[in-house]
Design a protein around this ligand. Structure first.
Ligand code: SF4
Length: 364
């Protein structure tokens, strides 16, 4: 099937209508059900296509920590901002984190104070800068399992000696488990499609069995998401808990073995701070000892203070934990909007507050 044809099928109103009717039927008498997803793109699909408005009242789909920029600790932003002010250092980063406030400052403020901070679209671009410059280049490597393999591949290739990475990659399954242990009640998970193309089905299976929670790996079209919701509701109704792979056109049981092998070669797993959420065991990556010549944290002896900080009045922590939806934050749309963002969830295009502000009223 051609791509366009496939897209039309995945947005077919008639099919979607049938599944929504099935969701209504199956969820009758189930009481209140809370389904969490942990992916910025899922949140975009759900909000942009008005999926929440189609669901019965007792079915709530909430967003969890699906935006890597939003969960990057404020103290790490401060550390990079400080580093950028040194004479011989250039920081490279993706555009999304540029305006996110740290505790003391943001990268954009550091740039206005003279810091050499450059926005790049890939780590490769950063390495190209390193080849041309005599200064030390530090790349701020942010992202979940989806982007971490790119960092790993470039490290394995052996970048120039004046290049290093500040690694803040995070892992999604430990965060899901953390929320099940500590967060508000969650009855099932829509598992992230992109992350799952790398890690496959197995990591979720352990969590589904341990916590007896239904899970569904879903793609990003409206039909994918509502099939995911229906599957979770059916599992709840039947009293079962397994991982259904709705996105089998992209996600294999074993994941991407080459990418996983590359991650294993380059990174060790460590406990990691998630902004607004806290310290999550085994949820982050750090460079292995044999690659510490590229580790900015070691090279510059950076000491990150483990503090969790949000701007005053900002409730991003509660948004990221699925305790409130963005419009329940008193600042939403008032003093906080994409032109004047207060917290990280309004800065990043994958942040729930930014998505709610831009697309929350759209039903297409
Ligand atoms: S609306 Fe703004 S202040 Fe409120 S939680 Fe979202 S980012 Fe934070």
């Amino acid at each position: 099937m051609e791509n366009d044809e496939l897209l039309i099928q995945f947005r077919n109103r008639e099919i979607i209508g049938k599944i929504i009717r099935k969701i209504r039927e199956e969820s009758k008498n189930l009481g209140r059900i809370k389904i969490m997803h942990v992916c910025g793109t899922h949140e975009w699909t759900i909000t942009h296509f008005g999926i929440r408005s189609l669901l019965p009242e007792n079915i709530e789909v909430i967003a969890g920590p699906g935006c890597p920029v939003c969960v990057t600790p404020a103290s790490e932003i401060d550390a990079l901002a400080e580093l950028s002010l040194r004479n011989n250092v250039i920081i490279t980063t993706f555009g999304d984190i540029f305006r996110v406030p740290g505790v003391k400052t943001s990268l954009i403020e550091a740039k206005s104070m003279g810091g050499d901070i450059r926005i790049v679209y890939s780590m490769l671009e950063s390495i190209e800068i390193a080849k041309k410059e005599n200064k030390k280049i530090v790349h701020f490597s942010i992202g979940f399992e989806t982007t971490a393999p790119t960092t790993a591949i470039e490290i394995l290739k052996g970048p120039p000696k004046n290049f290093s990475v500040f690694v803040t990659h995070k892992l999604i399954p430990p965060a899901m488990e953390f929320l099940l242990k500590t967060g508000p009640r969650i009855d099932g998970f829509i598992c992230p499609g992109h992350v799952s193309t790398i890690i496959g089905v197995r990591p979720y299976r352990k969590i589904a069995e341990k916590y007896k929670k239904p899970m569904c790996i879903a793609g990003f079209e409206p039909l994918d998401v509502i099939i995911g919701i229906l599957n979770i509701i059916e599992q709840i109704k039947e009293g079962t808990y397994y991982v259904y792979n709705e996105y089998s056109r992209a996600v294999k049981e074993e994941g991407n073995i080459i990418a996983l092998d590359t991650l294993d070669k380059v990174f060790d797993i460590k406990d990691s701070w998630w902004r607004g959420i806290g310290l999550i065991e085994n949820s982050g990556l750090k460079l292995k000892k044999e690659y510490e010549e590229y580790d900015a944290i070691k090279i510059f002896d950076i000491n990150i203070k483990p503090i969790d900080h949000m701007p005053e009045g900002c409730r991003c922590g509660d948004v990221l934990k699925g305790i409130i939806s963005p419009n329940e934050c008193p600042l939403f749309g008032k003093i906080c909007n994409p032109n004047h963002p207060i917290g990280p969830c309004m800065v990043s295009f994958e942040g729930s507050c930014s998505i709610a502000y831009k697309y929350g009223k759209n039903i297409t």
